[in-house]
Design a binder for this molecule. Structure first.
Ligand code: ADE
Length: 231
């Protein structure tokens, strides 16, 4: 799967994709990440990428030309048909695991990171297929949301996680939050690992984990719990 990230701050992405699971996935060739500096595509002789909003108002907007030309470059050089273009914005649909799963089926994903007060609406009208928010709070730009989205999608692609990193039991699968985990030592600061986990009885362990997952979901996330009960 190929991720194409359009940004004014390409450096932000280097360290994240150079570490841990993302690095391994790239080295294995399971995912490819291309980062494009929108400023490189500015037709302006000073490489300007922002301007004042028509009608007045606070702050600057990203102008359409450099973004459109970056997009054209991506689509043409990689021969992408029906490109999925995701604009990260607090106005977008709130990201959920189900949306992530949908995106993980694509061959190519183009992500557009906004900055300043946002982007010219005509870019959204012309090229954006999905507007996504990572939550009800406002960040200074779309770079962190883009990283979050790429990470969440990439880990669902077969081969990115190895077997013991698998996501079968994790939070949001089956509309339940995950059960608690324990490792060595058996006792820490006077707190013991629950006996059942040391019992070796896998049926009992499974039952305990399910019960814990249900309890924690009921306590913390009534919305998910209701969904779970309806199944
Ligand atoms: N850009 C700024 N804030 C954002 C958010 N919450 N989600 C996605 N993109 C954003």
């Amino acid at each position: 799967m190929r991720f194409h990230i359009m940004t004014l701050f390409p450096e932000i992405f280097n360290s994240y994709f150079g570490e841990s699971i993302m690095k391994r996935a790239i080295e294995k060739g399971i995912i490819e990440v291309f980062v494009y500096n929108i400023r490189d595509f500015s037709a302006n002789k000073h490489k300007k990428v922002d301007d004042y909003p028509f009608g007045g108002g606070a702050g600057m907007l990203m102008t359409p030309q450099p973004i459109y030309d970056t997009y054209k470059h991506i689509v043409d050089t990689h021969n992408i048909e029906n490109p999925r273009v995701i604009y990260l914005t607090p106005k977008g649909k709130t990201l959920k695991q189900g949306i992530v799963k949908g995106f993980s089926k694509e061959e190519d994903i183009i992500l557009l990171c906004g900055h300043y007060e946002g982007i010219d609406q005509r870019i959204i009208d012309l090229i954006v297929t999905d507007e996504i928010s990572i939550g009800d709070y406002v960040l200074t730009g779309g770079e962190l949301p883009a990283l979050i989205l790429v990470d969440a999608i990439a880990r669902l692609i077969p081969g990115v996680l190895n077997q013991n990193e698998s996501f079968e039991d994790e939070s949001f699968e089956n509309d339940l939050l995950e059960y608690p985990h324990y490792t060595r030592p058996r006792e820490f600061m006077g707190l013991n690992v629950p006996d059942v986990l040391l019992s070796g009885n896998h049926q009992k362990i499974e039952a305990w984990r399910k019960e814990q997952a249900i309890e924690i979901t009921k306590k913390r996330r009534k919305d998910l719990y209701k969904k779970y009960c309806k199944k």
